[in-house]
Design a protein around this ligand. Structure first.
Ligand SMILES: [Zn+2]
Length: 343
């Protein structure tokens, strides 16, 4: 990356109200068939423009073509029956009715590759594409076929690798895997979670990232956060192994969170996407607040490896708030760039 402190978002951005109900997760589409395809592309264009106007350096599709960051990917695979539902506990946090794995999971056709090509032809800026990580995928399903979380994760890793290779060929610069489950299942993360992630990135020449957060700003997550006490040390569990992994970039929740910043020392040498925007509040950060979080991170991350970002996706926020937060992110990064240049 030529620019110092390149900004990006963790992933999703709000959808326009003519496409889907705003400020809602799993919001149903308001259009159908051809109109839906066109509507998604229009929304992607708008989302890109919002990012560009705010001065975001590494842009994304804002996840405008997906209903949910995990479900939409799984919907495109075979072996999962969405009619057959079971109630399971997601990330040990809340119950949800989820689809059932009924046979071998396979990817018959590309999932997001067309969308990535569409985004690629709209901009020359670096683009980042988010996919769910294998461990987070298995956590949203009931498995009556493999009957092993590890085996299912491994199968998903192979599928994700197929998709990732095609995204790379479509011109994606950074492929990001969302693994909020890494903050919950510590033994599994170290036993096979990181290995499955490395299987997913096998053979890729583009950059790769893993996003580990404390979730969207929805009630189940904010309630859970209240139980975590004053110091959130969850990252400590996965960091040592991630530091020695092949993943290039680690995307984290830092702003307004109780994560002790010195934990970043454990991944020294990796590029770090530092969450400097809180997605669980409608209060728009001031540039100085963003800059403050970045300054703290700079004590543990070398300046050329620091990527200012958001704590998580902003899909559940209003467009006005999300745009304000994008502007604050850019302005905050600029403050630090000037400080570094003056040194
Ligand atoms: Zn997240």
């Amino acid at each position: 990356m030529k620019i110092l402190l390149p900004t990006s978002t963790a992933g999703s951005l709000p959808k326009p109200s003519w496409l889907a109900q705003p400020e809602t997760l799993w919001s149903p589409w308001k259009l159908q068939d051809e109109e839906l395809i066109e509507g998604k592309q229009d929304a992607l264009r708008l989302s890109l423009e919002d990012q560009q106007r705010a001065g975001i350096d590494i842009v994304s599709d804002g996840e405008q073509t997906r209903q949910h960051f995990v479900t939409t990917f799984i919907e495109h695979l075979s072996g999962v029956d969405f009619e057959k539902r079971q109630t399971v506990r997601i990330r040990n946090r809340y119950d949800a009715s989820v689809p059932t794995v009924v046979g071998a999971v396979t990817r018959q056709k590309p999932v997001f590759v067309e969308d990535a090509r569409f985004l690629r032809q709209l901009t020359k800026q670096p683009i980042k594409w988010a996919l769910p990580g294998p461990m987070t995928m298995i956590d949203t399903l009931y498995d009556s076929h493999y009957k092993s979380r590890e085996k299912l994760a491994w199968e998903f890793a192979k599928i994700l690798n197929q998709e990732a290779r095609e995204l790379e060929a479509a011109g994606v610069d950074i492929i990001q895997f969302d693994e909020p489950a890494f903050n919950v299942f510590f033994d599994e993360v170290n036993d096979w979670g990181i290995a499955a992630l490395e299987r997913a990135i096998e053979g890729l020449k583009c950059e790769t990232a893993v996003h580990i957060c404390y979730g969207y700003g929805i009630k189940a997550n904010t309630d859970w956060k209240k139980t975590l006490g004053s110091e959130w040390r969850q990252y400590e569990e996965a960091f040592p192994k991630l530091q020695t992994s092949n993943i290039d970039i680690i995307s984290l929740e830092c702003h307004n969170s109780h994560v002790p910043m010195d934990l970043l020392e454990l991944i020294r040498g990796k590029k770090v996407m530092v969450g400097a925007i809180d997605v669980a509040t409608n209060t728009i950060e001031t540039p100085e607040e963003v800059a403050n979080t970045l300054r703290k991170a700079l004590r543990f991350v070398d300046a050329d490896k620091l990527y200012p970002s958001t704590n998580c996706g902003m899909a559940p926020l209003s467009r006005r708030v999300a745009t304000g937060k994008l502007n604050a992110l850019s302005a905050g990064a600029e403050i630090i760039r000037r400080e570094l240049a003056a040194k």
